[in-house]
Design a protein around this ligand. Structure first.
Ligand code: PLP
Length: 357
């Protein structure tokens, strides 16, 4: 089966098999990783190895702390303003889709939000040119969403935020290709796409941004506290952390993010090329800003949606239904989706269009 779910998403089969093999007895300890103390030597080694591998994969220097937090990416929508607004009254946000909007709505609870640019009028099908952004030199930070998972809209550039810390919700693009981490003040990513199981959220924060949390910030949301305690202020999501570590090892075996980026570019190009050359299917996104990870598409006759999905499922092409707010279809093709999965989808789409188009 090929699972095109946007998240929780398909994980590498090799990772799942290793987890299965180690489930009851992790390397002769007589315990599952799930049953280990997070303070034990064994688990601390697992946790350290995961962080080390992530640092190596993403090119994260010692200037940054890597935090394994909980509450998913959504909890960061409030954690970020609580920690980074400091004595500044406002932060800048770019609005390019549903996830941007959620981040903006939450930040408004804690301070003034300046929406510097929005592509909402155009139905979130493009990214506003940065020369038109109304950014402010005294903003606490500039927040953007490099890949809008629902809309399938992705930046092909890293915004220039000057001296203002750049904050990015990389939930659905993290580790999909090389990125210069040094351009960012903070990156966060919900794990359930390219990292591991849901609930875990990885935060990469430049160390000079630690220690600025507001007094009333919940302890569990204070980056400084989490960093000082090696993400073990409380009991961390140990099993998710372990599984993420297995995914990082797998990714290194595939050649790391550079090799993965090439495969991802090829997978996305194939699917978009097919959609663009077949009259039966359409993708509304400005071609320059089409997502590599999430590819929404519509059928020329949407009364056939149900039939399309049923036929897909019969071929074990799973979870192709688009987000409820957008409709149509969406194929999420993260790192763990093999190229054969994309080929199988295209074969099915071609056949369906021929028979029913
Ligand atoms: N941001 C983006 C870009 C996402 O795709 C998602 C989830 O799909 C989230 C935030 C929310 O993540 P979570 O469900 O882990 O809170």
């Amino acid at each position: 089966a090929f699972n095109f779910c946007a998240g929780p998403a398909t994980l590498p089969e090799a990772v799942l098999k290793q987890a299965r093999d180690e489930m009851l007895d992790w390397r002769g300890t007589g315990m599952s990783v799930m049953e280990m103390s997070h303070r034990s030597d064994e688990f601390v080694a697992i946790a350290d190895a995961a962080e080390k591998d992530l640092r190596e994969l993403a090119g994260i220097s010692d200037d940054y702390a890597v935090l394994f937090m909980q509450g998913g990416a959504s909890s960061q929508f409030s954690t970020i303003p609580l920690n980074l607004l400091g004595d500044k009254s406002s932060a800048d946000y770019v609005n390019t889709g549903i996830w941007s909007k959620k981040a903006i709505a939450e930040a408004k609870r804690y301070g003034n939000v300046n929406v510097v640019a929005s592509s909402e009028d155009g139905g979130f099908t493009s990214i506003p040119d940065q020369s038109t952004w109304n950014t402010r030199a005294d903003a606490a930070y500039l927040h953007y969403t490099p890949n809008e998972t629902i809309g399938g809209l992705e930046y092909d550039f890293i915004p220039d935020s000057g001296r203002v810390p750049l904050v990015a919700d990389m939930s659905s693009t993290m580790l999909s290709r090389p990125v210069d981490i040094n351009k960012f003040g903070l990156i966060y990513a919900g794990a359930q796409k390219n990292i591991g199981p849901s609930g875990l959220v990885v935060v990469i924060i430049r160390k000079d941004l630690l220690g600025k949390a507001r007094k009333e910030t919940p302890t569990m949301m204070n980056y400084q506290v989490i960093a000082d305690n090696g993400s073990m202020y409380n009991t961390p999501a140990t099993y998710s952390w372990y599984l993420s570590g297995l995914v990082f090892k797998w990714l290194k075996e595939q050649g790391g993010v550079k090799a993965m980026g090439e495969i991802n570019a090829r997978k996305a190009r194939k699917l978009y090329d097919f959609i663009d050359t077949n009259d039966f299917y359409a993708n509304p996104i400005d071609p320059r800003f089409r997502s590599w990870m999430n590819i929404p598409f519509t059928l020329a006759d949407d009364t056939l949606n149900g039939e399309f999905l049923k036929g897909a499922e019969a071929r074990r092409l799973l979870n192709l239904q688009g987000h409820r707010s957008v409709g149509g279809m969406r194929a999420s093709i993260y790192n763990a989706m093999p190229e054969e999965g994309v080929d199988a989808l295209i074969d099915y789409m071609a056949e369906f269009a021929k028979e029913r188009g």
